[in-house]
Design a protein around this ligand. Structure first.
Ligand code: G3H
Ligand code: 13P
Ligand code: ZN
Length: 309
């Protein structure tokens, strides 16, 4: 039991049809719901902390909660920095005990992205920590961006091979059509699987990472809308596409939006049906259960990861 890197879990996932879920954590109930699901499913687990999470909860609370989760469940957990924006935040997380950090240099040009990634890799590796980087940009669904313009932001396979070779990074987040949030596609969902296959063929030993990989479960969207929410047209990556991507090198699947939706849907339902109730435990408990059920569903049906820990 303890904090682990992604090394062993990615080695197992790389040439299999399963992927590891990387879940964003922001508070105790979210952590408990996720670890209970992963424990029951005997699934490998990455918990990741974003800039927003650090600001909301303070890093020390999240660290201690993850420590408590390991002690309580006996699970091995990888604690990962999500979208680290510069060297300093990556260094801070390495120093604080994270076992994996992401340096997100995707806003920089190719050479600058390589330079900052290399610097993080040198520091992290010297401390036994693994590094994820990002190449290409995750687009949104802006009206004025046509298909060609959108694809121009996708990861270039040749560049990906050069990037990995020159940085020594442990895993690479790629852009093939996913995006963050609950509104991923306007019309038919589309991921560029040909591009993914080419990338995987060029760097077969590099675990690939899919950001923006929530499936936006219709049951939770419907529940949110039924109980006073207003999120029409929310659409995620279809489950079969996540399963398919795991066959071509995708080892890490990032999930935040689905946690938010599960939690919010259940809280909305509870408060609407119990207007006289004001004990937070009464609605946060069911919200935690909803997260657990959702994560269990993911592990079984979308990540194929039951029994892979
Ligand atoms: O990558 C984005 C994640 O959903 C984290 O978002 O910074 O609002 O916590 P956040
Ligand atoms: P979603 O918004 O699809 O959950 O993606 C989360 C993510 O990529 C975190 O880095
Ligand atoms: Zn992301």
């Amino acid at each position: 039991m303890g904090l682990v890197t992604t090394e062993a879990m990615f080695a197992r996932a790389l040439n299999s049809d399963h992927a590891v879920g990387a879940f964003n954590v922001n508070n105790m109930e979210i952590i408990q719901g996720i670890v209970d699901a992963a424990g029951e499913e005997k699934a490998p687990l990455i918990l990741q902390v974003s800039a927003g999470a650090r600001k909301y909860a303070k890093p020390v609370y999240l660290l201690k909660l993850v420590e408590a989760a390991m002690e309580d469940t006996g699970l091995d957990i990888c604690l990962h920095l999500d979208h680290g924006e510069d060297f300093d935040i990556c260094k801070k997380c390495v120093d604080d005990g994270f076992t994996s950090v992401m340096i997100d240099g995707s806003r920089f040009d190719f050479e600058e992205n390589i330079a900052v990634t290399k610097r993080v890799v040198e520091y992290a590796h010297a401390h036994g920590v693994v590094v994820e980087a990002e190449l290409g940009r995750l687009a949104g669904i802006e009206d004025d961006v046509n298909v060609d313009a959108r694809q121009a932001t996708f990861t270039d396979p040749e560049e990906a091979a050069e990037f990995v070779q020159r940085t020594g990074v442990d895993s690479l987040a790629i852009a093939i059509g996913t995006s963050h949030g609950a509104y991923k596609f306007k019309g038919e969902p589309y991921l560029d699987f040909e591009r993914l296959k080419t990338i995987h063929a060029l760097i077969p030993d590099t675990p690939l990472v899919l950001h923006g990989a929530s499936t936006v479960l219709p049951e939770f969207v419907a529940m949110c809308n039924e109980y006073g929410g207003d999120i029409p047209g929310a659409q995620g990556v279809p489950e079969h596409m996540i399963l398919e991507s795991a066959k071509y090198g995708v080892c890490k699947v990032n999930i935040d939006t689905d946690l938010r939706l599960a939690m919010t849907a259940e809280i909305r339902r509870y408060l609407k049906e119990n207007p006289a109730e004001f004990d937070p435990r009464k609605y946060l408990g069911p919200a935690r259960d909803a997260i657990k059920r959702m994560v269990q569903h993911k592990i079984r049906n979308v990540l194929n990861a039951s029994g892979q820990a």
